[in-house]
Ligand binder design. Structure first.
Ligand code: UD1
Length: 385
C-alpha cells in the first residue's frame, strides 16, 4: 500500500508526527506488508520557526516533496497547491491521501485527490464551529464532504457527520491525535528550563522575569482578532494595562500578527511595555513547557484549547465559538469563550486569578496518546461498501 500524507501549516506537524511514527512501527513489525509512505509539504508555512524546526523537534522525517506554495491569498494558496499536487498524484499514484486538520492544504489536497479517484482519509474530521466566516470551517466542511474515511477526535464530531448524512461505516472515532504528540513530548518538555526558552526566543528587550514567577501565556493570530485595528487595539490596551500589571505576559507572536501590529502602530507600544515578553514562534516542546507552567492562557488557537484541557491550564479562548466544545469548562475542560470583548475577557481573567489553584485537567475519551495506531488500523481495515 502507498500512503501519501499532506502537511502545510504549523498545526499539521503535530498531527502527522505520530501518524508517521505509527507507519514506521507497522513496517518494522510487518516485513512482508510494508507501507510505502510519502510525506508531502505544501510549503504554506516555510519559515524555520514556523516549519523546519518542528520537523526536528517532533522527529518527523524530511518531507519527500515540498510544493513551495508559500504565502498568498486563500485562492492563491489553494489554487497553487492544487496545480502542483495534481502533478504529484499523476507521478506517485498513491492508494490513499491523508489530510489532517483544517488548513488550506487540507482542502486543496482533498479536492485534488478526489478528482483523481484517489481515496482520501481526513484525520480530525467532524469538527464544526458553524462559523462560515472562518476559512478553517469551509476547509473542514469541504474536506469532510469528500473524504472516504473520516476519523474523528470525539463522539460529538461523529454525530456532526452523521447529522450531515455521512454513512456511518465511513466514520471511525479514533480520539485526538494531538494527544499522541503531547504524551510523547511531555517528559522532554518537562525538563526544559523556562528562562532558557524565553532567552532563546526573546525578540526585543530584557528578561526580568524570575524562575518562580507565575506568568500569563498568549497566542493570537486569527484574522477575526488581528486584522481589524478596532478589535486588536482594545486587546493590546488590556494586555498592557490590566494583564502585565498583575503578572508577566509571555507572547510568542505569529508572523501575521507581527505584520498587523506593525501596520496598526501597536508594535512599539508593546515593545516598550514593562512585563510583556514578545517571543519569536517557539517549537512544540517549548510551548508545551510554557503551557504546563502558565497561570492562565489567552489564545485563539484550536490546538492550544485542547492542550490546556489535558494539562489543566485555565484558558481564555479569544473566540465567540469553538469547533472543540469538548474543551469547554461547562463540559469538564479548561476553556472559556470570551470572544474579543475586553470587558468579558477582563472579568474572566480576574476570576481565574482570584481562584487558588488551576483547573483540574480533563482527558476526553480516547485522548490517550494512542490515536495514530487507531488511524492506521482504520485505513488498513477500510472496505468500500
Ligand atoms: C494558517 C491556517 C490556520 C492555522 C495557522 C497556524 C489556513 C486557512 N489557516 O493560518 O488554520 O491556525 O496557519 O499558524 O490554512 N507567514 C510567515 N512565515 C511563515 C508562514 C506565514 O511570515 O512561515 C506569514 C505570511 O506571509 C502570511 C501570514 O503569515 O501573511 C499568514 O500565513 P498563512 O499561511 O496565510 O495563514 P495563517 O494565518 O498562518
Amino acid at each position: 500500500m502507498k500512503i501519501l500524507s499532506v502537511v502545510g501549516a504549523r498545526p499539521n506537524f503535530m498531527k502527522i508526527a505520530p501518524f508517521s511514527h505509527a507507519i514506521d512501527k507497522h513496517n518494522q513489525e510487518n516485513k512482508d506488508g510494508k507501507i510505502k509512505h510519502i510525506l508531502l509539504h505544501t510549503g504554506q508555512h516555510y519559515d524555520d520557526t514556523m516549519s523546519n524546526s518542528f520537523f526536528h523537534d517532533l522527529n518527523i522525517p524530511e518531507p519527500d516533496i515540498n510544493l513551495g506554495v508559500g504565502s498568498g491569498t486563500h485562492a492563491e494558496q489553494v489554487g497553487n497547491t492544487m496545480i502542483a499536487f495534481e502533478k504529484v498524484l499523476h507521478s506517485e499514484k498513491p492508494d490513499w491521501v491523508i489530510v489532517v486538520g483544517d488548513v488550506n492544504a487540507t482542502l486543496a489536497c482533498s479536492v485534488t485527490a478526489k478528482k483523481e479517484h484517489i481515496k482520501v482519509c481526513h484525520v480530525e474530521a467532524g469538527l464544526r464551529s458553524r462559523d462560515l466566516t472562518m476559512p478553517e470551517e469551509i476547509n473542514r466542511m469541504v474536506t469532510d464532504r469528500l473524504s472516504d474515511l473520516l476519523l474523528t477526535p470525539d463522539k460529538l464530531s461523529s454525530y456532526n457527520l452523521i447529522a450531515e448524512g455521512v454513512p456511518e461505516n465511513q466514520i471511525v472515532f479514533v480520539g485526538n491525535i494531538m494527544m499522541d504528540t503531547l504524551e510523547a513530548n511531555r517528559e522532554k518538555a518537562g525538563q526544559l528550563d523556562i528562562l532558557s526558552i524565553l532567552k532563546e526566543s526573546l525578540m526585543v528587550g530584557e528578561l526580568l522575569i524570575k524562575p518562580s514567577d507565575y506568568f500569563a501565556l498568549m497566542t493570537m493570530h486569527r484574522p477575526s482578532n488581528v486584522d481589524d485595528h478596532k478589535i486588536i487595539g482594545p486587546i493590546i490596551d488590556f494586555l498592557i494595562n490590566k494583564v502585565s500589571t498583575r503578572l508577566p505576559l509571555v507572547w510568542p507572536v505569529h508572523p501575521r500578527t507581527v505584520k498587523q501590529l506593525k501596520k496598526f502602530y501597536f508594535w512599539n507600544r508593546l515593545v516598550k511595555a514593562k512585563n510583556i515578553y514578545l517571543l519569536n514562534p517557539i517549537v512544540y516542546q517549548q510551548m508545551l513547557k510554557l503551557n504546563m507552567k502558565a497561570r492562565v492562557m489567552l489564545t485563539d488557537s484550536g490546538g492550544i484549547q485542547e492542550e490546556c484541557c489535558v494539562l489543566g491550564t485555565p484558558c481564555l479562548t479569544l473566540r465567540w465559538n469553538t469547533e472543540r466544545p469538548v474543551t469547554l469548562k461547562e463540559n469538564g475542560g479548561a476553556s472559556i469563550l470570551v470572544g474579543n470583548d475586553v470587558k468579558k475577557i477582563e472579568m474572566e481573567f480576574n476570576n481565574i486569578l482570584s481562584e487558588n489553584s488551576n483547573s483540574l485537567s480533563y482527558r476526553p475519551n480516547l485522548w490517550d496518546g494512542k490515536t495514530a495506531e487507531r488511524c492506521l488500523s482504520a485505513i488498513l481495515n477500510f472496505q468500500v461498501k
